[in-house]
Ligand binder design. Structure first.
Ligand SMILES: NC(=O)C1=CN([C@@H]2O[C@H](COP(=O)(O)OP(=O)(O)OC[C@H]3O[C@@H](n4cnc5c(N)ncnc54)[C@H](O)[C@@H]3O)[C@@H](O)[C@H]2O)C=CC1
Ligand SMILES: O=C(O)[C@H]1O[C@H](OP(=O)(O)OP(=O)(O)OC[C@H]2O[C@@H](n3ccc(=O)[nH]c3=O)[C@H](O)[C@@H]2O)[C@H](O)[C@@H](O)[C@@H]1O
Length: 470
């Protein structure tokens, strides 16, 4: 048997990963028809929007979709038809942390993966290559195989691959166009290797062969969790050092720079911050913690859990520094929060540090003015309500005001807190901001973004993460 030549791809899940990933596959493989399906009709309608108001904000994404939608790229809610017609199926559904039951708070909720897998088994009438794109615990492919084989129609074979995604939001299109590596895991059987070859040939349309790594299934699944854990660990390490800097007068930027010059360490991902956010770092590390505990490796679980605990500590440490600096009370004071997304260049707010900060400021009875250039208002209210379940939305709205510019948000404030590193916050007219604020006027820079000397000259008192305020 020789590898299948992939002609039709369906992707189940039109989210942050399925959408951009498969849009780029369509763009780079004009000979392949790609259909992205989702149960969420509103999301699919947005992907099909005539004015290209897509459901996610990602620089460069509109151009990719514009170049191939309606030609070889389609978005649909008809999941069954998509499955039936495809020879390769990406499963790119959400895998959030379980909220209840065994492993609640740690384990990945694999319900969506299982439902998608069962749907594939129920409706497929020909052989399929099924690709795990979602981030899943090690050995999930085995569960998928068991479900598929138990429910397969006669003469219908399924080959399962793991092909985790390493894109980061905000740079997704560039990451997909020029990936550091594409990782494909398969069984080492003849059929498994053929399936692996078929998927490799899809990526080989634009990714150099030496960057397409082929490994065993379990290594591939674990490598995804490992990569996120090690990236997050770097941030927790630099953030732990930022606390020492604040207490000693060392400067975290200088420390990170000096440390990063060591070619074994490297300069990337060493930016101290108010804490990492995003849908995956915390979830994937907790998943690794749960996996370690399930494997009776408690010391390993404790080691990785600390990365998340350090992140929580960083967020609460920063909120406390704001309160302490503002003479130990922010009750009835106006605090401006600039940025709500978990990082710049995305409208995504999942696990954003800004949510935790605002929750903590609300507990202190502060009034908050908030501005973010991308995040939708409805999303902000939903996130704040979820973070403070004891407060009604009506009460939250009494304490929080959403503004349409930085200048408006900073008016009459005692302090400005920078929570997201949006480029436009670098270009704020701080002279004008200063005039409109109460005095003393404080700026708390949680993203090492502003020019501290310049702001100090204007009259601000600037408190920066990882720098002493002596
Ligand atoms: N967001 C990111 O930057 C990255 C995420 N990942 C992983 O990729 C996976 C997907 O993440 P996102 O795209 O962010 O999630 P998402 O929540 O944006 O999208 C998932 C989509 O799957 C759909 N869905 C769920 N079950 C379905 C079913 N049975 N049939 C059809 N559609 C279904 C949902 O309606 C949703 O639109 C997760 O496992 C995540 O850990 C991996 C790398 C990067
Ligand atoms: O599995 C995933 O979901 C993805 O998770 C991260 O991507 P993402 O969360 O989109 O964004 P990152 O750039 O990694 O940033 C995550 C968080 O860490 C923060 N961060 C990042 C880098 C840094 O030096 N300091 C820092 O505080 C960011 O502000 C952000 O809040 C990984 O970078 C991707 O490789 C991975 O595919």
């Amino acid at each position: 048997m020789s590898p299948v030549k992939v002609q039709k791809i369906v992707c189940i899940g039109a989210g942050y990963v399925g959408g951009p990933t498969c849009a780029v596959i369509a763009q780079k493989c004009p000979d392949i028809v790609v259909t992205i399906v989702d149960l969420n009709e509103a999301r699919i309608n947005a992907w099909n929007d005539e004015e290209y108001r897509l459901p996610i904000y990602e620089p460069g994404l509109v151009d990719v979709v514009r170049s191939c939608r309606g030609k070889n790229l389609f978005f649909s809610t008809d999941v069954d038809k998509g499955i039936q017609e495809a020879d390769l199926i990406f499963v790119s559904v959400n895998t959030p942390t379980k909220k209840s039951g065994v492993g609640a708070g740690f384990a990945a909720d694999l319900n969506y993966v299982e439902l998608a897998t069962r749907r594939i088994a129920a409706v497929a009438t020909s052989n399929k290559i099924v690709v795990e794109k979602s981030t899943v615990p090690c050995r999930t492919a085995e569960s998928m195989r068991t479900i598929l084989e138990a429910n397969a129609k006669p003469n219908c074979r399924f080959d399962i691959l793991s092909n985790p995604e390493f894109l980061a939001e905000g740079t997704a299109i560039n990451d997909l166009h020029k990936p550091d590596r594409v990782l494909i895991g398969s069984l080492q059987s003849a059929e498994g290797l053929d399936a692996c070859q078929a998927l490799s040939s899809v990526y080989a349309h634009w990714v150099p062969r030496e960057r397409i790594l082929t490994v065993g299934l379990w290594s591939s699944e674990l490598s995804k969790l490992a990569a996120n854990a090690m990236l997050a660990q770097r941030i927790s390490s630099i953030n732990a050092l930022s606390a020492i800097c604040e207490a000693t007068g060392a400067n975290i930027d200088e420390v990170a720079n000096a440390v990063g010059y060591d070619s074994r360490i490297g300069p990337k991902f060493l930016k101290a911050s108010v804490g990492f956010g995003g849908s995956c770092f915390q979830k994937d590390i907790l998943n690794l913690v749960y996996l370690s505990e399930s494997l009776h490796l408690p010391e390993i679980a404790t080691y990785w859990r600390q990365v998340v605990e350090m992140n929580e500590h960083q967020k609460s440490r920063f909120a406390k520094r704001v309160v302490d600096t503002l003479f130990n009370t922010i009750t009835n004071k106006r605090i401006t929060v600039l940025g709500f997304a978990f990082k710049a260049d995305t409208g995504d707010t999942r696990e954003s540090a800004a949510i935790t900060l605002i929750r903590d400021f609300m507990k202190e009875k502060a009034n908050i003015s908030l501005y973010d250039p991308q995040v939708e208002e409805a999303q902000i209210w939903q996130d704040l309500a979820e973070a403070s379940p004891n407060l009604s939305l009506e009460n939250i709205k009494k304490q929080v005001k959403i503004c349409s510019s930085s200048l408006e948000a900073c008016k009459d404030a005692e302090a400005v807190v920078i929570a997201t590193e949006w480029k436009e916050f670098k270009q704020i007219d701080w002279e004008m901001v200063y005039q409109g604020m109460n005095k003393p006027a404080f700026v708390f820079d949680g993203r090492l973004l502003v020019d501290e000397d310049k702001l100090t000259k204007i009259g601000f008192k600037v408190i920066t993460i990882g720098r002493g305020s002596l």
